[in-house]
Design a protein around this ligand. Structure first.
Ligand code: ZN
Length: 317
């Protein structure tokens, strides 16, 4: 008999809830760690009618919640933080970098910054909504913050916090050495590649950050990785190597596409992904910009500003 019908049991203490919502990535993995004071939940899913109904059903199946811990301040991970606080008085914990990220995202200036940034990369259509959807996900005050390399309890078990900037500047993984479990959030996903993009002014070179954060994980021996989306990962190091390779493939592809010409990020994005209409082009365009920034900072491309637009060119020898 299933004690908790909505949950999938991963181990004696760890359960998974796949939270669905009708936009974005469409689903996200929440993890629930059983402890003597109730469950610690990691990440909530986006705020949507479906996701709220699923959580209500889950909480009604006899689950008491001790606290909520967040891997990073993206709306599909923190979207229901305020809902948990308001409706269940659940205390919410995020890293201090995540808290800064929340404050930055609440500030409307960030949207202006992003729109100017996109314009400089030749983006043709910029709606008010772009980079500003699910904005109410940031409207909560955490009850506590954690730092890098701190101990945090998930249920009864103590985990280490590991700062892994890349997918987002404030991203954290959680690691337990005894069980060799790594909660990877959106840093490492099973079948898909997390988007690496400069979401805020903080992200000066997110791909470079991401490469070092991927290498960082290899120092921890891991039997089971718990990703924020998709299937559980049993071979984390292989998956990390695969992700590094696929970034390198994309970087080389961009160098080939730029060839001997001068191209804007928008042009390169179209060459790779074809013509995409709004708002579908937003993630691939942002990923392309991140790669161009990385190539420029590593001396393989340089950019020229002409009529307010950045053109990328290969360095001639
Ligand atoms: Zn994310």
């Amino acid at each position: 008999m299933d004690q908790y019908p909505t949950l999938t049991k991963i181990s004696e203490e760890i359960y998974q809830l796949v939270v669905r919502y009708p936009f974005g990535m469409f689903e996200m993995n929440s993890y629930l760690f059983r402890g003597e004071n109730g469950f610690t939940i990691v990440d909530t899913g986006s705020k949507a009618k479906e996701s709220i109904e699923l959580w209500e059903k889950t909480l009604a199946s006899g689950i008491t919640v001790e606290k909520l811990v967040l891997t990073h301040a993206h709306p599909d991970h923190c979207g229901l933080a305020k809902w948990f606080q308001d409706h269940y008085r659940v205390p919410v914990f995020i890293s201090s970098l995540g808290y800064q990220e929340l404050q930055r995202k609440r500030n409307h200036k960030r949207v202006n910054w992003l729109h100017n940034f996109l314009r400089s990369h030749d983006c043709p259509e910029i709606s008010q909504n772009i980079g500003n959807s699910e904005a109410d996900a940031y409207e909560f005050e955490p009850d506590g913050v954690f730092e890098n390399q701190q101990l945090i309890k998930l249920g009864n078990v103590t985990y280490n916090t590991i700062w892994t900037p890349g997918h987002s500047y404030d991203h954290f993984c959680f690691y337990n050495q005894n069980q060799q479990v790594m909660l990877t959030g959106d840093h490492v996903l099973g079948g898909l590649s997390p988007i690496i993009a400069p979401w805020t002014e903080n992200d000066e070179n997110p791909i470079k950050d991401n490469f070092s954060s991927l290498e960082k994980l290899k120092a921890y021996s891991t039997k089971l990785a718990l990703p924020g989306h998709g299937e559980l990962i049993y071979n984390l190091n292989d998956r990390v190597d695969e992700m590094i390779k696929s970034h390198q493939f994309r970087l080389q592809q961009i160098l080939n596409i730029v060839g001997n010409e001068e191209k804007t990020a928008w042009q390169v994005c179209q060459d790779i992904y074809g013509t995409l209409s709004a708002p579908k082009f937003f993630p691939p365009l942002m990923a392309t910009i991140a790669r161009l920034i990385y190539l420029e900072k590593s001396g393989k491309l340089h950019s020229i500003l002409r009529n307010g637009k950045l053109y990328y060119k290969r360095d001639s020898k």
